[in-house]
Structure formats: structure tokens, C-alpha cells
Design a protein around this ligand. Sequence first.
Ligand code: ZN
Length: 475
Amino acid sequence: MGLRGGMPDGGFVQEVPVVSNTPAPSTRIVFPDAEPLQPTHFDDYLIRSPHPSVDLRAPLVFVGFGAEAPEYDWNDYPDDVDVTGAIVVMLAGDPHRPDPDDPERSDPTFFRGSGMTYHGRWTNKFDVADRHGAAGCLIIHDEVRAGYPFSVPRSGWEGEHLGTETTPDRMPVEGWLTQEFARELLGRAGLDLDELERRALEPGFRPVTIGAEAHVTLENTTRRFTSHNVVARRDGTDPELAKECVVLSAHWDHFGQRTEDGVVRTLGGAVDNASGCSAVLELARALAAAPSRRSFVFLFFTLEESGLLGAAHYVAEPAVPIEDTVAVLNLDMMNVWGRTSDVVSTGRGHSSLDAVLERRAAELGREVTGDPEPDKGYFYRSDHLEFLRKGVPALFFLHPGSVYVDRPADYGTAVRARYVSELYHKPGDAIEDDWDLTGMVEDVRMLARIGRDVADADDRPTWSPDSEFAQAADD
Ligand SMILES: [Zn+2]
């Protein structure tokens, strides 16, 4: 394809060191002040730790939504409240308030209305608590605010947890509480969850000391192994701009199962995300065929499904410095069901990349729409997130269409619903006879034009001022 290895040694492979921790069945959280409250692991709470072992006794402090959002003038960690060494307890999701003009809906100017911002994502809540020196963070689950039932984190937290090497001062305890158990725990301490929720939504909310301690004990079994990202590069030609790059990416990993004879078999993964990998390969072939001012980096990430680990490692040790990485186009599940008259851009509204996409979609007579389910937080669930956190704007496509040409009106909803319920993350996610790749071909051609537009533009893309990631770009 005319590409070269993107690594400093000219190779195409980047090693990704991984740490796996499996908590022993003896893992417990007890509340000595609230005897005889003896919750059950996995039924009432979930606990994990990146440390080899934990024996922590700490006070509990309720910190509302645990959000620090200067763009909304919101801070659940006021400067004069010290949570160092405490276990902070918080609500899932974002604070939303009724729209003054229409109390039936959420105010769209505040934490993106009924949509989720990155502040509401559980992984970020742990990071913010860690930054404030907390010893632990427990999120009170809520199906509506979290965007999924408790069974989702529960099944994800059973067995081993994969991560990158943790610094010893990283917060030792991360966890979830069911809403029912949190209500009971708070009730024993004389507090009412509904009342705390009301207070947490008021401007000027201040953290509440719960008046109880938690005692967490945990022993991890740890193993270490190495996985790999694939990194390829096509150099730009502009003397000034060639040091900058546009990234096109897809994750190559999926779920597997170890058979009794030790062989690991992949279970499915055709749409998620072999389809995205094939699209990036085709984009690499197309974009390498003609010169561009900026360079392109084509990335295939490992361990997306295990917590974006390949992408997290890449941004820590990038092939091109992050400040010279001007944009990311990340593809996670392409459309295999025919042409669409629209383009769904998950995470629309964050940057000037929207305008590039809109122009190229309009040439095809296609309309750009945003995430149909903004409350689920899909924009924060794939590899481009690690770039957003570093201030690099991204376009993210997750099934980039929904209104199918020459098909019944409910066709898009029906194929998508079948995929999610029967095939997604299951062995059935395989190539099917009735796949129609005409829409995917059109999408890849459009994405090639967008990639080239960004690589050849005089100016690099900019953030929308109200994006929660605009701040990261300034830092
Ligand atoms: Zn995926």
C-alpha cells in the first residue's frame, strides 16, 4: 500500500503491556457502623482494585454526581472540602434539570439535556475521585442515569480485570452499589437517597458526610502479558504540516473463549469490529495513492473491549506526538445492511470536524444526524475517547446510517434491534449471506474525502467551546 511502519524503529507493531487482576472470592465490603448490614458481592455491590491487595477502612462522603464541569460552572468537589483518604459515594450519570420552557424535558443547555456527557461516564467518575485523593469511589447504580441495568457492570466485573500498569498512588477501590442497597445503607445512617438526589441537583450543592465507615478487603491474583497495536504511516508532503497527522483507527480485538485444549477461539466479531478494520485498510489504500499535506497514521488497536487499553497505551507512547495529532476518525462497526440517506455521527457537536462531514455528506445528498441515543454515552465507549481526553478532536462512526434507501421505514430499526439483541458480542456476529455492503462502500469513499480534507486544510480542526474536552486541548 506504500505505507511504512509507524513505530520509531520502523516496525508496524507496538507492544502493549497488560496487567490482569482477578479478585479472590473473599472480596468483601462491610459497614461496621451499620451492623448487621452484610451485603453480598455481585448482588448488592461490585468491588475491584488495581492494587495487589486492599485492606482499607475509610469514612464515606456523598459527593452528588462527582462531577467537575467548569463549562457548566459545576463542581461537586468544592475547594474547602477535603475527601483525601475517604470513599466517595456518588450518583450515576449527569445532573439534569428541567427545561424552564418545557418542564417535561431536560434543559438542553445544561449537561447536554437528556444526553450524557463524559462527566457522567463511570470511568471518568473514578478518575476524578482519584485526582481528588479519594481512597475509593462507589457509584450508586440507576438504570436510567447509567443507561443500562445493573446486570451490565455485574457481568463485566466478574472474573479478571485487564488494565495497564498502575502507579502505587492510584485510588485502590472502585465499585458500584445497587440502588436498593445504597438506599438501605444511607437509611441506616439517617439519610434518605431521594432527598440527597434532590440536593445534588441544586446549584451550590455541598458534599455530605454519611457518618459511616466502609471496610474493604480484597486479594487479587495478578498475571501480566503483552498484546499489540498495529501502527502504519503515510508521510505528508508539506514542509510545515507533514509533521502533523490525521489518525484513522479501528480496534482489531474481540471476545474469545479458551477451549479445554488451551486454544483461544474468537466468538463472532465480524461487524464488531472486523468491518471497521477492513474499512481502515481500504482507507489506507485510497489515501496512500495520492500525496497529502499532513501525514496519515493508520491504527489498529488491541483490547478496546477490555477498556480501551491499546488506545490508552498508544496515546501515552504515540508514534506522532499528541500535540501534532490534529484529528481522529474512529470506526467501530460499519453498516452492512445497505445504503442510507443519512449519516449518523455519534458525538456530533464537539468540534469543527462536523462541518467537514456535513459538506461531504451533502455532496451525496445525505443528511448528518447525531446519536439517536445520546443518553447511552456511546461517544465515550470506543478508542477515540483516549484522544479526546488528550484534547484531540474526533469523528466516531458506530453504524454510520439509520434511514435505508428503498427499504421499509422500519428496516433500520429492525436490523439494528436484531443485531443488538441476537448478535452483538455473541458468536452469531459473523458474515451473513444477506449483507449488503453498498452503504459501507459509500461511507468509506466519503470518509476518504473527509480524511484528505482534514489532512490538506490550512488550519487544524477546533473544539466547540461547550465541549467538555475543549479544556483538555487548552491544558
Ligand atoms: Zn467495537
